[in-house]
Design a protein around this ligand. Structure first.
Ligand code: CUA
Length: 159
């Protein structure tokens, strides 16, 4: 079978790109432990409300000076619905769902994860810009999915 040389070149180019992209992901997964934020630990959905890792809910200061934010997602709200964190500090979000799959997206940032029943989602970020951010559920979770939101307030860094 005859393949046009131009087409053959592009077949090779796209094959090389696919290999390069997969290699990049594999390299990040192995050397930097990159992984999706949604399946960090397992947790019994019935125990989430009383779990020590979610008590108390909301903003907690860790011993190393970083901030931990604990959020429970349920139909159709986030607990807590209002979260206040300082700018310029490491903030680690830990989330779980007590019913169905929800989403947790902080609009205007790259903070975004699925929130799965049975799992703890975790990601760490730093908010540089103070202000109010909208948090939305971006996984369809039922009739009132569209009202499921929360607010993040990033306060200016102390000087
Ligand atoms: Cu929760 Cu959509």
């Amino acid at each position: 079978m005859r393949v046009d040389p131009y087409e053959r070149a592009w077949m090779w180019a796209s094959a090389v790109m696919i290999v390069a992209f997969v290699a990049t992901i594999a390299y990040g997964a192995v050397t930097q432990s990159y992984h999706p934020p949604s399946h960090v630990e397992t947790i019994d959905p019935k125990q989430v409300w009383s779990s020590p890792s979610f008590q108390p809910l909301g903003v907690v200061e860790r011993a190393d000076g970083s901030i931990e934010v604990r959020v429970i997602a349920h139909m159709f709200a986030f607990q807590k619905p209002e979260i206040e964190v300082p700018a310029g500090r490491r903030v680690t979000f830990r989330l779980s769902s007590v019913d169905v799959i929800h989403g947790f997206q902080i609009v205007g940032t790259n903070a975004n994860t699925m929130v799965m029943p049975g799992y703890v989602s975790e990601f760490t970020t730093v908010f540089e810009k103070p202000g109010e951010y909208l948090i939305v559920c971006n996984e369809y979770c039922g009739l009132s999915h569209h009202v499921m939101h929360a607010k993040l307030i990033v306060t200016p860094r102390a000087r």
